[in-house]
Design a binder for this molecule. Sequence first.
Ligand code: ADP
Length: 238
Amino acid sequence: RAGDAPLLAVDGVSKSFSGLRAVDGVSFTVTPGEIIGIIGPNGSGKTTLLNTLSGALRPSSGTIRLGGIVLNGMRAHQIARLGLARTFQLVRVMPDLTVAENVAAARLFSTTNGSGATASELLDLVGLGKLQEAPASELTYIDQKRLELARALALQPRLVLLDEWLAGLNPSELETGIALIAKLRDRGLTIIMVEHVMDAIRALCSHCIVMNAGSVIARGAPEAVLSDPKVVAAYLGG
Ligand code: ADP
């Protein structure tokens, strides 16, 4: 896929909070159909970077393009309409609605309502087909995670940002979660995942970037990056 035009192009993006450069000159591209991983220690700027991509925060400098369109200055809902969806570190489903209603509510924000997968198909895809009428408040933790994913997919996104989507799962749920993301990849979805689960990075990502103190300190195929002495020293522990 090396010849494909990038779906996302991040060029020299920085974000400062009153003097602190939380994200410092980050550049990378994402090709359609690939999963890239963003890893690094706590406080290295991963969430801030995702927030600048999704429009929750405005970058202090640099350029972000989705399908060639410059996102800088756009609001989060405009960026979502252009096809960028995200999940959050803390699950944000609406507890008083049923599972199906949660997906229907998310679909209201889709530009292309009517076409694409139905809510029911999306729920089947994430493994919630049998729980469509259940109140979201009664879902187990992993099922809430599945629902959050279905809500992101309901936007018919071109790119999905997963913010530690696998966090808090037990080992067998983790295997299920990784298989689900692999299924989405095999259907052609393009994903950026911030993740601390290195088995998931190895299993899913075509390449990853490693952040430390706001900057990218390593990038490349997971196997190479995770054995890079700089990465081991900064993140994995020596
Ligand atoms: P990570 O997601 O890698 O744990 P964050 O992006 O959350 O890192 O944080 C990067 C740095 O920016 C940290 O030093 C954090 O304290 C700081 N930071 C994050 N958000 C804010 C904010 N809204 N105001 C001030 N500082 C912030």
